[in-house]
Design a protein around this ligand. Sequence first.
Ligand SMILES: [Zn+2]
Length: 546
Amino acid sequence: MLHITRFIRALSLLVGALLLAFPAWSQSADTALVNGKILTVDSKFSTREAVAIRDGKIMVVGSNVEIRKLSGPRTHVIDLQGRTVIPGLIDSHMHAIRAGQTFGSEVNWVGATSLVEALGRIHEASQNKKPGAWLIVAGGWNVAQFKEKRRPTQADLVAAAPNNPVYIQLGYDWVVMTPAGFKTLSINSDADLPRPGKLERDANGAATGAIDGGGGNGVAIALFDRLPHPTFDEQVQGTKNFFRELNRLGLTGVGDPGGNNVNPEDYQPVFKVWREGKLTLRIAYSLCGPTPGSEFEELKSLTQMLPLGFGDELLKFNGLGERITWGMNNNDKPTGEDKDKFYQIVKWAAQRGLPVTIHWPKNETVDTLLSIYERVNEEFPVTDLRWSVAHLTNASPQSLQRMKAMGMGWTIQRPDAASVENAKELGVMMGAGTDAHRVASYNPFTALAWSLLDSKNAGGVQRGAEQTPTRTDALRAYTIGSAWFSRDEDKRGSLEPGKLADLAVLTKDYMTVPLDQIGSIESLLTMVGGKVVYAAGPYKSLEIPR
Ligand SMILES: [Zn+2]
């Protein structure tokens, strides 16, 4: 025994001496990515050749020679073969928790370029499900993405899936179902629909199989709630699958603003994935007021044990929103009572130091919202709380100025180019994103392509140079810009020493590929905290089975 103890002691002294003599041994990188084009998205938007990662963080970004010096015998060296690397993308406003729950059980029309392709996915799903099982597309698509430029008809759906009830939702205002769907939900007339929904009728007064939501979003929300929910295990699996799908597109983080059809119990699947250490996406989540009429009491109760920032680098609490009250939710003509209720809650949030985020569609009415915030700001300053507005597509310089004065940021989803220019000039923080999954696709490259192309010429004609956000600006908004909204700009959003090693190796060079190809970029290798969460093509073997 004594011999062995002595031997071990001598050995450890020897190892210690070697480490002192060769510091690189003790400080070598876990992973080195070399021979690439690293878009660091630092303040100068520097480009480098290589990056070294250790303990989940960026050690050094530099030349191939510098990075190779940090490589030891245990370093995993990955040859990028000239490929472009970006910081992991962060969507500042994505309903990812909700989308994950149903991702395994719903049919997805994201990326389908024709109605034929979309209906093909319905048909394929019908082959894999039992007769009688629901086939659901709960948004995430629009007519413009289809070359046929039209919505599906009930006959299209019956042809694709004759033996299943089918439910297709467009945004929040229109739903089409097969006769089997109507039968299963016992809907025979307008009276069986949530109000103010109506059965859509053709010129002869015959029901078309579609449901008109009547201009609000309540009908689709209530109808969706009548559909069977996936089991808890399906929700957990769907969450993992959805996050991997986001990783495939270079995303490593989201700001999750709760949303319609999301209740406190709906957080349990994502909490389980987090607890198991299987989360591959960083989530900063905010909470909505669940029940109409009791939002304030519920928010107080829900957040009682949730100090701001509670959680870890993968999952953390980030304040209130996007629905603070039902009365002010996507409603730009609230009553005096609605406004007062909202004011009481946001004043309380200001006192507690909580961030607040909310949807506001149009600049024309945003004075209603900003006036309330200004009133609160005079009583309890919110300038350091990073409050934000989502959408506000056509924000005017005046509105942006008022937001800037309150330290507010703007989470942008298809904004007007001129408004983006103004925000940049005024120094209003912008985080890019999609508002996926019900109303939009979650693909960040579709969003990036859109922001760089003319919105009025979706065919791919460029905007005037003076109005086009540059590729660097657009990438900044999708990385470090979004990181600001969860106070993470010092931890992620750029590839700089000491920051978390969240990155994506792209299929094409984002900086030089023709504009009309940006939308088809994907990731070949995505890392979160230096761990491979998605790998394809030449890097396929690096993926750790989950
Ligand atoms: Zn939203």
